[in-house]
Design a protein around this ligand. Structure first.
Ligand code: ADP
Ligand code: ZN
Length: 742
């Protein structure tokens, strides 16, 4: 239940509107009309308790009445106790995101109201101090308690009982007698203010100019966008921390978006070292209580800096003065479930609405941001060298076509080529650290029956089951379906005929251990997070950071952001894995990932070496990595996109039609395909089965809209979708600016 009471007298400058549109955090078409209690003033953003059916819901006054219900049938929405209100700019942002992504505004509001408890009145803690009354009846226990209470500290009943070594009943007796009097304590606040001057590093080289630009932008308190484009280890974090410091000095709040929670642990330590206190955190792992506290602290301005995942974009900042998106190229910023949106793009929008600067940081920017920066829409701040004595690592290609024929590779099913093994031996001999990277979880991506050719696939998805040897299971990476590892083939019933095909990280680790039995290694893979809690993976990274293991074997989780000073060798087991499978962004992504993982090597005094195992050494991505010619690669990629009018030179939007009834899904996809309005500069492709034609039991079809840059894609989509009636059992999801095509 939401407790409500009448607001104090209305503010005179805002007209009293007896009927208002209230937006509910539900995927409804728009706001619903409600009456306000007589004489109550509730501007946009005011939180209300609104009856809906026989429930009471949390809602937000959104605007003038929409005329959806006759006046006599209107129900009354009561503003919440204390009159909490979402900032008007957050409401504007929610409307903007809803319009752009073609989601109902209530579905976006739901993301901004994730902590309902935050609006309930704060619970005050009651404690007791010595009063002026002396109780008529004194005992040894009573006088001891009063003596302790005489020091003036406020204590709880149990606190005083403990300190005085008396029973709680004694303390309660003294309260009844009036010898102890209650006092209210403020709620304990865990959000100490970060100190911009706590530990200020000296900026060096091209850091100086970057910091100067950013400080100026923050001080101007106006919208501006900046691409902080610096090689890995060049001090991007240190540079944007100076912008954070400037915002703090100016009394503004700061939002720092990180692509994954897994990255936050190291980040929080660095932040604390720079600013003296931890920032507030916001992500899906927070407890209800922390969530409530943080939300409230952001809203009342107590939390000055928030570090969070994409959902923190919807927090009710009241004085936002700077937004930072670190590793801005990461696909993890795209939310694919529910309301589909790109947190990086929406962060730019939020900054524009808040009229504050935004910094996008990356060593491998998205092509979109690169184009924006080189065309002058964003300032382009480049950091071209690594901090201190660290040099960029040397990159070499290992041509697997050649290595396969080498005499010392005994049999297939080996993934570490002789040159890579030799390099590992050197590094381990020198007491340094190495990382082996393979972007594939588990032991083997496919299990096959040698006798009949049966392949194990997921019953709910169009995907192979992946062997996880330690867990002795075959698992679907799409839906989580799993089987205990079978011993016989379910099709031909032969025994001992099942063979693992291809490597995952566990298999690489097994091979590594066979070659280097004395070396200490750990596996870091994101399935460790999914099934064993974040502790296990964080554990592997921490062991490696502390030098307690020599080799870290991992999936893309090891590629990002980490700083390991003793890491001198990075081995990429299969550099071709990203492929160029027709996906518009496959090449860009492969380049970014391999560049990032390469950037882990040689970040301190000792030089780094990166070995890329590939079967396509002449491929443009491999050549760009080999030559360290990032900008050349980007220019080439920009050329391709321009030629094909692909983003950012044209626009894309996808419709994903899904449901459990395959025939119904295909029928709606067909109808949509036929109904697509013809429009100038708009092409519609499909329908075709999606890459995962079956996912979690649902059939999936896709349609793709390709439009020229100036086309209003949203209006086109709205007009189109209005032409086909979609039954409840089929879902049509709109993905504006898709980044993946699964
Ligand atoms: P990036 O974010 O570009 O990968 P980091 O900010 O992590 O780079 O910097 C790499 C390392 O260099 C970190 O240990 C960082 O503390 C250090 N560093 C960078 N710039 C400075 C500086 N001006 N003074 C002191 N240390 C710095
Ligand atoms: Zn599955």
């Amino acid at each position: 239940m939401i407790r409500a009471r009448l607001n104090p007298a209305p503010a005179p400058e805002i007209a009293v509107k007896p009927v208002v549109g209230v937006l509910l955090p539900l995927p409804l078409a728009g706001a619903y009309d409600y009456k306000l209690p007589p004489g109550v003033n509730a501007p946009r953003g005011t939180l209300v308790a609104a009856p809906l059916g026989n429930r009471e819901m949390l809602g937000v006054v959104w605007g003038a009445c929409e005329g959806t219900v006759g006046d006599n049938r209107l129900k009354t929405a009561e503003p919440l106790d204390g009159g909490p209100r979402l900032p008007a700019k957050l409401c504007d942002f929610i409307d903007w995101v809803a319009d752009y992504t073609l989601n109902p505004p209530g579905a976006i509001l739901a993301m901004a109201l994730r902590s309902r408890g935050a609006f309930e009145p704060e619970t005050k803690r009651i404690a007791y101090v010595r009063g002026s009354v002396t109780p008529p009846r004194m005992s040894e226990a009573r006088s001891r308690a009063l003596e302790i209470a005489g020091d003036g500290l406020a204590r709880s009943v149990t606190g005083l009982a403990e300190d005085a070594n008396v029973s709680a009943a004694v303390v309660r007796g003294l309260i009844t007698a009036g010898a102890l009097v209650p006092t209210e304590l403020p709620e304990f606040s865990p959000f100490a203010a970060p100190d911009p001057a706590h530990d200020t590093p000296q900026m060096l080289g091209d850091q100086v100019a970057a910091v100067q630009t950013l400080r100026g932008a923050v001080a101007a308190q106006k919208f501006s966008a900046h691409l902080l484009d610096g090689v890995t280890g060049s001090g991007k974090t240190e540079v944007y921390f100076e912008a954070v410091a400037e915002a703090l000095r100016g009394g503004r709040q700061v939002l720092i978006l990180l692509p994954e929670i897994a990255l936050t642990a190291q980040f929080l330590e660095r932040f604390t070292a720079r600013f003296g206190v931890r920032p507030a955190e916001w992500h899906s792992d927070l407890s209800q209580k922390d969530r409530r506290r943080t939300y409230r602290a952001v809203m009342n301005g107590e939390a000055r800096v928030v570090v969070g995942a994409r959902s923190s974009l919807f927090l009710p900042f009241s004085e936002l003065g700077l937004v930072i998106v670190d590793e801005e190229h990461e696909q993890a910023f795209k939310q694919q479930e529910g309301a589909i949106y790109h947190a990086r793009d929406m962060a730019v929008v939020r900054a524009r609405i808040e009229d504050c600067p935004i910094i996008l940081a990356s060593a491998t920017p998205s092509l979109e941001s690169f184009v924006n920066a080189t065309s002058g829409r964003y300032t382009h701040l480049r950091l071209t060298s690594r901090h201190g004595v660290a040099e960029m690592p040397t990159v070499q290609l290992i041509d697997l076509r050649h290595e396969r024929d080498a005499p010392d590779v005994e049999h297939k099913g080996q993934w570490l080529s002789p040159p890579l093994r030799a390099a590992l031996e050197r590094v381990l001999g020198a007491g340094e650290q190495a990382m082996l990277f393979l972007n594939r979880r588990g032991y083997a991506p496919l299990t096959l029956c040698e006798a009949c050719g049966h392949k194990f696939t997921c019953p709910h998805c169009s995907a192979w089951l992946v062997e996880h040897k330690y867990k002795k299971r075959l698992a679907c990476h799409q839906c989580g379906f799993a089987l205990p590892m079978p011993t016989d083939c379910p099709q031909c019933h032969e025994k001992g005929t099942l063979i693992p095909c291809g490597p995952g990280v566990e298999r690489v680790a097994e091979e590594f251990a066979a070659f280097f039995p004395a070396a200490r290694y750990a596996i870091a893979s994101s399935d460790m997070t999914a099934h064993a809690g974040p502790g296990e993976m964080q554990g592997a990274l921490r062991l490696f950071a502390r030098g307690e293991v020599d080799v870290l074997i991992g999936t893309q989780i090891v590629a990002k952001g980490h700083h390991f000073p003793h890491l001198t060798l990075v081995g990429v087991v299969d550099a071709d894995l990203g492929g160029s499978d027709g996906d518009l962004r496959a090449r860009e992504r492969t380049f970014q990932l391999l560049h990032q993982v390469s950037g882990r090597a040689g970040r301190a005094e000792k030089p780094g070496l990166v070995l890329l195992q590939t079967r396509n050494p002449d491929d443009a991505v491999m050549q760009a990595l080999l030559k360290g010619d990032r900008d050349g690669f980007y220019e080439q990629e920009r050329g391709f996109r321009e030629t094909y009018a692909a983003p950012p030179f044209g626009r894309l939007a996808a419709l994903v039609i899904s449901g459990y009834d395959g025939e119904a899904v295909r029928e709606i996809a067909r109808q949509l395909g036929k109904a697509a309005p013809s429009a100038l500069d708009v092409k519609v492709w499909g329908p075709t089965p999606a890459f995962y034609a079956l996912l979690r039991g649902q059939t999936r079809e896709r349609l793709l809209v390709q439009a020229a840059k100036g086309v209003d894609v949203q209006s086109y989509l709205k007009a189109w979708l209005a032409l086909v009636k979609v039954p409840n059992a089929v879902r049509v999801a709109v993905d504006v600016d898709p980044v993946s095509f699964f």
